[in-house]
Design a protein around this ligand. Structure first.
Ligand code: CAA
Length: 261
């Protein structure tokens, strides 16, 4: 495993085919300011451009995945500042990466922290994790996709209750309502995330990209359009070396040796 590389607000490392991004602003419970956005997006895009990486894990500390957008940095802004500055726009590039992303969440995932987790493909939650969209108590609403992604994740009535009340849910409730993929004991969070990420990253990269693109379409496109995309992506995978290898390995009753091409 590589040594941690330290930026100002994050640490990154590579472990086999898995790229790790650790939010590291403990003094602000990993609150997301523009520097965090810049560093996380740069790290994610670098991993995404690297064919040696088949999965990305983003995580925080034991106490907080991220306690939201940085309230102190936003407090003095005007509506024009936020609109003209296109305030959270940078995060869209994180949501757009082709590589599967796992959020490994312990402690608070509030506001923008919950929204950041929902930009990922899998959310593994420690039993200490707490999720919520408390923006309403600050006189605003979720601004990093929360009103849209939470409805898609948990359905309108659960999402509306959480966004309108700002109520924070514990990990077990988050799992029950479909906001997290799986809850694990806090002490096993990183081990479980590493195992899942390694399992995903060992799969053929062209198929991973296609699967993520097709899954994304399920959240965005009308059914007919999503089905058309799935059909196209499915067909395109038959021109990859990994499809030939995967199916030959099945026929020959052996483990596949993927080249990620
Ligand atoms: N922005 C800036 N600083 C934050 C922060 C945030 N979102 N969350 C925590 N901090 C800072 C605190 O100000 C505090 O700093 P100081 O020591 O300098 O005072 C430090 O982190 C530790 O926090 P607390 O002392 O408050 O810790 P706690 O354990 O008592 O409480 C908490 C933890 C319940 C998470 C509380 O910090 C909290 O309520 N945080 C804000 C949560 C929130 O409202 N998030 C939504 C933000 S708006 C948003 O995200 C918009 C969007 O849609 C993108």
């Amino acid at each position: 495993m590589d040594e941690d590389r330290r930026n100002t607000t994050i640490r990154t490392r590579v472990d086999g085919r898995v790229g790790w991004i650790t939010l590291d602003r403990p003094e602000a419970l990993n609150a997301l300011n523009s520097e965090v956005a810049r560093e996380v997006v740069a790290a994610a895009l670098a991993f995404d451009a690297d064919e040696g990486i088949g999965a990305i894990v983003i995580t925080g500390s034991d106490r907080a995945f991220a306690a939201g957008a940085d309230i102190k940095a936003m407090e003095g802004l005007t509506g024009r500042d936020v609109a003209v500055g296109n305030h959270f726009h940078a995060w869209q590039s994180f949501a757009d990466v082709r590589t599967p992303v796992i959020a490994a969440v312990a402690g608070y995932a509030l506001g923008g922290g919950c929204e950041l987790a929902m930009m990922c493909d899998v959310i593994l939650a420690a039993d200490t994790a707490r999720f919520g969209q408390p923006e309403i108590t600050l006189g605003v609403i979720p601004g990093m996709g929360g009103t849209q992604r939470l409805v898609r994740a948990v359905g309108y009535f659960k999402a509306a209750e959480l966004v309108l009340s700002g109520r924070i849910v514990e990990a077990d409730e988050a799992e029950r309502i479909g906001l997290v993929s799986r809850v694990v004991p806090a002490e096993a969070l990183h081990e479980e995330a590493a195992a899942l990420a390694a399992a995903i990253a060992s799969k053929p990269l062209p198929a991973l990209y296609a699967a993520k693109a097709a899954l994304d379409a399920a959240l965005e496109a009308p059914l007919a359009e999503g089905l058309r995309l799935e059909k196209h992506l499915f067909a395109s995978l038959f021109d990859t070396a990994d499809q030939k290898e995967g199916m030959a390995a099945f026929r020959e009753k052996r483990e596949p040796r993927f080249t990620h091409r």
